[in-house]
Design a protein around this ligand. Structure first.
Ligand SMILES: Nc1ncnc2c1ncn2[C@@H]1O[C@H](COP(=O)(O)OP(=O)(O)O)[C@@H](O)[C@H]1O
Ligand SMILES: [Mg+2]
Length: 361
């Protein structure tokens, strides 16, 4: 058993897989349920006419919640304004949330073209943190309890050692372990990445992007949509506790079951959200047509689904119409109560409350 002292770098962190019985009935039972729900989500995404469009707001929400786990907090209102245009009034936290979303999209491309490797993970962290830093070199990275400032974990030290452990993780991801369920594998990988903690900051967020990239890589999802962080935000103290108990007591089962439940619950939730967005799109297609008559364009409805807030120059930038006409469209939609105008500074935003409400808590 590796000796563990929370105050000393955990250089003896063992490589995966741990020696536990992955075929115990409760793990298998949980896996079957999570796999089934994830399969339904995948199937539904494959049938979507325009998945990228429909999942846009869900991905934004995932970025918001995954960042919130790390106390990077923004409001829906500011985020929805910023996503259609970053300006100098946008707070650093909101910018960081939007960078998370870019990092997620970037990660998908990286995996597709270069595979799921250490470089991919470094590159994701660099996007989130807007930095050129790489793997930690010096000593001093520690995980603190935010309430007491007590040290709860000291990750391995030395960039050679960290690279070695990441390489072993990469090999584990790509190895074919007969009989090892993919979702159990994902939970092992997420733990291991967090325990290696290769970066000075951004490990939690990079690790959560890694989860969904892993699912896409293993073909359990066709697109990187799983609103997993909504579960973790709600069950954050368990998340921390179960990770800690793996390190301290090799107590894997509660951790694995936590992740299985997270996948099951959020696969169902995500599927629900996609269906609601789709229904909203149908409703808007019909009502916008009634309002705009022969000036109706499906591209405008697409924008209304992609962004919770609209404004004149968004329509202009997307070649829906020139300024004057775009303004008339938005005013007509507001008069028909499909959008609600709201002034912020010099700008008027048109809020699509039906879309906003799908993600309000
Ligand atoms: N005991 C622990 N051991 C290893 N990793 C942990 C432990 N507890 C929490 N973590 C992970 O560390 C993350 C926070 O690390 P950090 O580098 O600050 O990430 P971020 O910058 O994304 O906030 C948590 O989200 C969690 O995934
Ligand atoms: Mg942090």
């Amino acid at each position: 058993m590796p000796s563990f002292d929370r105050l000393k770098p955990f250089n003896s962190l063992p490589d995966l897989p741990p020696k536990i019985n992955f075929e115990s009935p409760d793990l298998l039972k949980n896996s079957i349920k999570a796999q089934r729900l994830l399969g339904e989500l995948k199937g539904s995404c494959l049938r979507l006419p325009d998945p990228k469009l429909l999942i846009n707001t869900i991905m934004l929400q995932e970025s918001k919640d995954s960042s919130a786990i790390e106390n990077i907090v923004t409001t829906q209102d500011e985020l929805y304004r910023a996503v259609i245009q970053i300006d100098d009034r946008v707070s650093p936290a909101t910018k960081e949330v939007l960078r998370y979303r870019e990092a997620l999209y970037h990660g998908v491309e990286m995996v597709e073209h270069k595979g799921l490797t250490t470089n991919t993970l470094v590159s994701i962290m660099q996007k989130i943190k807007n930095t050129t830093q790489e793997i930690r070199k010096g000593a001093g990275t520690r995980l603190l309890n935010p309430n007491t400032n007590e040290i709860i974990y000291t990750p391995p030290e030395g960039d050679d050692l960290i690279r070695k452990k990441l390489f072993a993780l990469e090999k584990f991801i790509h190895a074919d372990y007969k009989g090892l369920d993919e979702l159990i594998k994902m939970s092992l990988v997420h733990y291991q990445f967090e325990a290696i903690h290769p970066f000075a900051d951004g490990n939690g967020r990079t690790g959560r992007i890694l989860n969904v990239l892993f699912l896409v890589h293993q073909k359990l999802l066709s697109i990187p949509v799983l609103y997993l962080s909504s579960f973790i935000v709600k069950n954050k103290s368990d998340y921390y506790r179960f990770i800690r108990n793996v390190t301290q007591k090799q107590e894997w089962k509660p951790w694995i079951m936590y992740m299985q439940n997270a996948v099951a619950e959020t696969a169902e939730l995500t599927l629900h959200k996609i269906e609601e967005v789709m229904r909203l799109k149908e409703h808007l297609a019909k009502t916008v047509k009634e309002v705009l008559k022969n000036t109706y364009s499906s591209e405008l409805v697409d924008l209304m689904i992609k962004f919770p807030y609209l404004k004149i120059n968004l329509l202009e930038r997307n070649d829906i119409a020139k300024r004057q006409t775009a303004s008339v469209y938005l005013q007509k939609l507001a008069k028909a109560k499909l959008l609600e105008p709201m002034r912020f500074g010099k700008e008027i935003y048109y809020i699509n409350h039906r879309l906003v409400n799908l993600f309000a808590r």
